[in-house]
Design a binder for this molecule. Structure first.
Ligand code: COA
Length: 177
């Protein structure tokens, strides 16, 4: 339902390739600042990132999820982050991560705005949603900049193992048409 490639002003979002594994490992999958609020722990070996990339490639084949690798235009072999859409009926869940050296330059807002517009242009999709840890202020700010509305606080919603062994409260954000 979503295209294998999306171009924005500065970025290309594309299907992952096996060769992305080593670059993503170098760029951010081991970085504890990047993974702080993620559901996974920092990777310990390149093979962990490679396995993840392989799972993403399979997801595209099965059309079960749509995980995009993000690169700058003209730099298509150098992924700097990922952005994923997970369709569930009339709702699409989104998730995203960006290498730390590219934070606060409006990169993810540019990518998420484009992906959200494409999702909401699908006839069957009425809602794009995301959750973030209540302490993940950068993620909450990003969502608000992209026109998402905070709909509530979900107690004990998500396990974020890098900061707490118990499930954490999250904010639920959505953008609807
Ligand atoms: C969340 C993330 C994708 C944002 O990407 P980005 O391209 O840097 O987004 P922006 O350029 O909009 O910058 C983040 C915004 O949050 C703000 N921000 C960042 N850290 C903040 C903090 N600790 N407190 C308050 N605001 C903060 C920035 O000032 C900026 O807002 P502004 O443009 O109004 O100044 C990036 O920080 C990231 O990859 N984090 C790690 C992975 C992650 O947490 N993913 C989300 C899981 S739900």
């Amino acid at each position: 339902m979503l295209p294998p490639r999306i171009d924005t002003e500065r970025l290309t979002l594309r299907e992952p390739r096996p060769t992305d594994g080593p670059v993503l490992y170098r760029e951010y999958t081991t970085d504890p600042e990047v993974t702080r609020y993620m559901v996974w722990r920092p990777h310990q070996a390149p093979s962990e990132t490679q396995e993840y990339v392989d799972v993403c490639i399979r997801a595209w084949k099965e059309r079960s999820r749509f995980p995009y690798v993000m690169t700058f235009h003209g730099d298509e072999h150098e992924p700097i982050g990922m952005l994923e859409a997970r369709p569930r009926g009339h709702t699409v869940d989104v998730g995203y991560v960006l290498a730390r050296r590219h934070w606060r330059k409006g990169i993810m807002p540019e990518a998420l705005t484009a992906l959200t517009a494409l999702c909401l242009a699908q006839p069957e999709v009425y809602r794009v949603q995301a959750t973030c840890d209540v302490e993940n202020l950068a993620s909450a700010r990003l969502l608000e900049k992209c026109g998402f509305v905070r709909e509530g606080r979900l107690e004990r919603h998500m396990l974020h193992p890098n900061i707490d062994p118990e499930p954490r409260a999250c904010f639920l954000y959505a953008r609807c048409r």
